[in-house]
Design a protein around this ligand. Structure first.
Ligand SMILES: NC(=O)c1ccc[n+]([C@@H]2O[C@H](COP(=O)([O-])OP(=O)(O)OC[C@H]3O[C@@H](n4cnc5c(N)ncnc54)[C@H](OP(=O)(O)O)[C@@H]3O)[C@@H](O)[C@H]2O)c1
Length: 252
């Protein structure tokens, strides 16, 4: 049986990834910050009390695995707090960088040191096209420094992990899952763009993400992809041209 771990699985994409992997016959470990989650399907092994903004999260996850080795790890947890040049927020930025860009290093460290990663295995960071420097344009504008900056940093972390893990048989991939109708996007007022931006339910994005992950090869390690293609990436055509393929490899 394939053993998979989803980190940040209480709601949104993480919950749906856990459900899809479980439905596909994986043994799923799913971490949540709270003590329980009633939406998780029976059969998924929930690891409660995991706040990845804390340094001990990786060690606590290893305990929750009870000696099982993983074929797939998906770090899904994310934070998006809106910012402008007029009102940047120091605490919000610290929170975003900690969860999105710093935590993956420590999670990878603990899982690797505890010998919890199989060889071969896959290690996926859910980042976002918002973390692509190449896809940021004058027309789109600035702002959201902490969100976009932390996701760009996460892409860098993933690339470096890919180099460290190459000979260990761990394939690392950064994925933009698509524009989704979740608490995250609603929380920053992006629900006004759901229609025009082609947002999908997280169930749909979880399906395409899992399907894409199943096709990743070790030669692709350390790259950044949009499994759903350019359809919901606002600046894709302006930057990359027309008739772009799906899945789409994204620029850093
Ligand atoms: N929604 C989109 O359109 C979109 C687009 C591109 C990329 N993404 C990425 O996709 C991922 C999932 O997004 P979503 O839309 O499903 O977001 P969401 O509905 O806001 O869910 C965020 C998840 O992250 C968890 N989380 C946040 N901080 C955490 C922490 N310190 N420790 C552990 N877990 C933590 C949350 O747990 P709690 O319930 O405990 O808060 C929740 O499970 C994120 O990485 C996001 O950046 C989303």
């Amino acid at each position: 049986m394939v053993n998979s771990l989803v980190i940040g699985a209480s709601r949104g994409l993480g919950l749906q990834l856990s459900k899809v992997l479980h439905a596909n016959g994986h043994r799923v470990f799913a971490t949540i910050r709270s003590s329980q989650n009633h939406n998780m399907p029976a059969g998924v092994s929930t690891i409660p009390g995991i706040d990845i903004g804390r340094e001990d999260a990786g060690a606590r996850i290893v305990q929750g695995l009870e000696g099982e080795k993983l074929d797939l790890v998906i770090i899904n947890a994310g934070v998006f707090k809106k910012e402008t040049l007029e009102a940047p927020n120091f605490e919000d930025e610290m929170d975003m960088y900690k969860v999105v860009a710093i935590a993956p290093v420590f999670l990878a460290h603990h899982l690797w040191k505890a010998n919890s990663l199989s060889s071969p295995s896959k290690f996926v960071l859910i980042t976002t096209e918002g973390g692509s420097i190449g896809l940021r344009t004058k027309e789109e504008g600035g702002g959201n420094y902490g969100h976009h900056g932390s996701k760009a940093a996460a892409n860098m972390v993933g690339k470096l992990l890919a180099n460290d893990f190459y000979d260990k048989g761990v394939t690392v991939m950064m994925i933009h899952p698509g524009f989704m109708k979740t608490d995250m996007t609603k929380g920053v007022g992006f629900d006004q763009f759901y229609e025009s931006g082609g947002a999908v339910e997280p169930e749909e994005a979880a399906q395409s993400t899992v399907e894409f992950i199943s096709k990743i090869t070790h030669e692709m390690t350390g790259t950044f992809w949009a499994p759903r293609g350019p359809r919901d990436i606002g600046e894709a055509e302006r930057v990359m041209g027309k008739n772009l393929p799906t899945p789409l490899r994204l620029p850093w």
